[in-house]
Design a protein around this ligand. Structure first.
Ligand code: GLA
Length: 393
């Protein structure tokens, strides 16, 4: 991580002002261990916060303006708090703007202006929730500096709402929730219908979690994502013949679903629904095997999750499939799957510590020769959710 002292110098160069007026905040990225495309279906997910993310430096200004800058992108913006609208040309600054808009909607208009400097360590467009990280860190910082309560569950909901309504991406709650509520060495078992959650110690023993970035641009991801969402809604409408009150696929048990699957008219829609209900079941089986410390069984569930995302939900694509199959050929790999929305982005693999170097070398070579793309790998630890930093940290 760039040292806070370095970021502080950059901040003062950009905005001027007094050192003592700067506050520091950080929010992580996230990786989902299992439970994919279940959140917007009211199912459960099992994500974890990463040890890297977005650092935000903020200072107040008396002229009511909002000035946004980033160490990652050349685009900077100066915006009057009263004129907040989504604008494609504003690029990444739409995320923090969305948060200021959201707070105003909730009756928390800002009492003054602010200077913001963002420093992101999450590779962009990799599906590790760089946008959720920006949203959550902005919401947490502004609530803190405005002297308001910082309830991290509320912050996740507000950030998701800003992304849905201001940015226009119809994501579920998983990303913002993990970024806001993560805890070092724990994964979060979250029921996305009730928002009940449990921090589960995630002990990998002699194994490591390795993220593989396909570096495949996630083209069309939003339109395909929204198409999957509407297919799930269609499945719910068909299943209402048997369950008139049904709102979300995640409210059905696997046996209930299996008995009534025939009510879903369209064969593609039926496969989408089957993925969702079986994936939710895999999350609960994961909890059982992890309680017993059976990481090999968890690895098998990760594999089954990927295969279902490939064959039933059809959100993997050649690059993710190539990386996962190369990973599974390496001895010492317990399981490997795509993580996040799919259509590019990253895989997550559980790999024996002694095999990590070989994994990176062999998967890298095979993936590159299969796709022509150069991958990146990150051996990852699980970190904390959003927080304020002390400068000397
Ligand atoms: C993206 C969305 C999440 C979730 C995942 C798929 O990351 O932002 O809400 O739906 O895809 O599990």
């Amino acid at each position: 991580m760039a040292k806070l002292a370095q970021l502080k110098s950059l901040f003062l160069e950009q905005f001027g002002g007094k050192e003592s007026d700067i506050s520091f905040f950080q929010a992580p990225g996230r990786v989902n261990l299992i439970g994919e495309h279940t959140d917007y279906n009211g199912g459960s997910v099992f994500p974890a916060a990463l040890t890297f993310g977005t650092t935000l430096l903020v200072s107040p200004r008396e002229d009511g303006k909002l000035l946004f800058a980033s160490t990652n992108f050349p685009i900077t913006r100066e915006i009057a708090t009263g004129s907040l609208a989504f604008d494609e040309a504003d690029d990444w600054t739409n995320y923090p703007k969305g948060i200021v808009w959201e707070l105003a909607q909730r009756g928390i208009p800002l009492s003054r202006g602010y200077n913001f400097l963002y420093h992101g360590e999450i590779p962009n467009g990799a599906g590790l929730s760089s946008s959720a990280s920006i949203e959550v860190v902005t919401a947490f910082a502004l609530l803190t500096l405005e002297g308001r309560e910082t309830d991290t569950v509320e912050i996740s909901l507000w950030s998701q709402h800003a992304e849905n309504e201001f940015v226009g991406v119809k994501c579920g709650i998983m990303d913002q929730f993990a970024v806001a509520n993560g805890k070092k060495d724990h994964a979060i078992l979250l029921d996305c219908d009730t928002l009940r959650y449990e921090l589960v110690p995630f002990r990998t023993g002699d194994n490591k979690l390795v993220i593989g970035n396909t570096n495949k641009r996630r083209g069309l991801v939003d339109s395909k994502y929204n198409e999957r969402r509407s297919q799930c809604e269609q499945a719910v409408r068909d299943l209402r013949q048997a369950f008139p009150e049904l709102q979300l696929l995640g409210q059905l048990t696997l046996p209930q679903y299996r008995e009534n699957e025939g009510l879903i008219q369209d064969e593609t829609v039926r496969r989408r629904a089957r993925h969702v209900v079986e994936e939710i079941d895999r999350v609960s089986r994961s909890m059982e095997v992890l309680k017993q410390g059976d990481l090999a069984a968890f690895g098998q569930l990760m594999n089954a999750s990927h295969d279902s995302l490939r064959d039933l939900y059809e959100v993997t694509g050649d690059e993710l499939d190539a990386m996962v199959s190369a990973a599974r050929e390496v001895p010492g790999v317990l399981g490997s799957r795509m993580t996040g929305a799919g259509f590019g982005g990253c895989t997550i693999s559980l790999v024996h510590g002694d095999s990590v170097d070989r994994f990176i070398e062999e998967v890298g070579k095979k993936y590159e020769s299969a796709t022509g793309l150069h991958p990146d790998f990150y051996v990852c630890d699980i970190g904390d959710g959003v927080r304020q930093l002390k400068e000397e940290a």
